[in-house]
Design a protein around this ligand. Sequence first.
Ligand code: TRP
Length: 318
Amino acid sequence: MNIKTNTARARPLADNGFAGDVLSGLSAPRKWLPPKYFYDERGSQLFEAITELKEYYPTRCELAILREHKADIARVFGPKTALIEFGTGSTRKVRILLDAANTVEAYVPVDISAEMLWQEARQLQHDYPRLRVLPVAADFTQPFRLPSAIVGLARAGFFPGSTIGNFEPQDAAAFLRHAGRMLGARATLVVGVDLVKDANILNAAYDDAEGVTAQFNLNLLTRINRELSADFDVDAFSHRAFYNSDRRRIEMHLVSGRRQTVNIAGHAIEFARGETIHTENSYKYTIESFGLLAQSAGWTPITAWTDGYFSVHALAKA
Ligand code: TRP
C-alpha cells in the first residue's frame, strides 16, 4: 500500500522517527503533525474521556447500533469464522459481536500498542474461554502475518470507531483494499463510519464545552516538549476544530496566538500570529458515499445499520 504522507491522519504506527516526523511536518509550508502521536499515556486517557462527553456522540451511537443489530451483524459472518479487528484498543465493541456470534471460533486483535493489546487479550480470553484469542502486535495499515492457527476458518474483519474517517479518502480506499487482501476471498468486513450531519452537531463533538478535546489536541505540544526537549509555550496555542462542509471533514488545528519561535531538537521553527498546525481530519460520509468508496476498493456493500448519526456497514468481497 502506498500511503502519501503530506497530510495529517491517524495511523497508529510505531514511534520511531518522532523527531523526524515532527520536524518535517513543522517545516512544511502548511504545518501539520501526524495524529498517531496523540496517543501517549495522557493522550489515551484524554481520548477515553472524549468518548464519554455528551457532545461526542460517535462512541455512544456505535455501541447502541452494535447492541441493537448484533444478531443481524453476526449473521453476516459465516460458520467457523476468525474475526480480525484492525486497531483494537479497547475490546468493548467487539464483545457485543462475540456475544451474538457463536460461529466466531477465533478472535485476532491487531494493535501497535503491544502492552494494551496483551492486557485486553488476556482479559478477553478469561471471559470467553472457548474462543481462541490470538493477538497480533502490528501496524494494521501494513501487511502483517495472520496467526497460522486460523487456517481453515473463514475470515471477517472489524474496523469500528470511524477510524476510517481519519484517513484521506484515497488512503481509506487503499486501506480497505489492503484489508481485502489480508482477509482473502469470500471475506466480510464490518466498518463503523460517522455520517455527514448538521455542522453544529459536528462542531460540538470536536470542540466540547469542557475543553477536553482542546486538552487532547494541545497535549501533542506537551508531548513534543517532553520527549524532544522542545520549548513550545503551550498556553500560546489554542485548539480549533471546525467542519469543512466542502470536504466533508472535521479539521483539527492548533493556532498560534502570536508571532513566536519554537526550538525543537536544535531547530528553530517560526510561527506567524494565527498560523495553524493541522493535526487531524475526521471525514464524514453518507451511507451511499461510503458504499461507493468500498466498491472502489473491491468490496460489495451488503447492509448498513444506522441511527441517522452513525453507521455500521457490512461489506463482502466483490
Ligand atoms: N476516529 C474518531 C473520530 O474521528 C476518533 C478520533 C480520532 C477523535 N481523533 C480524534 C475524536 C480527535 C476526537 C478528537 O471521531
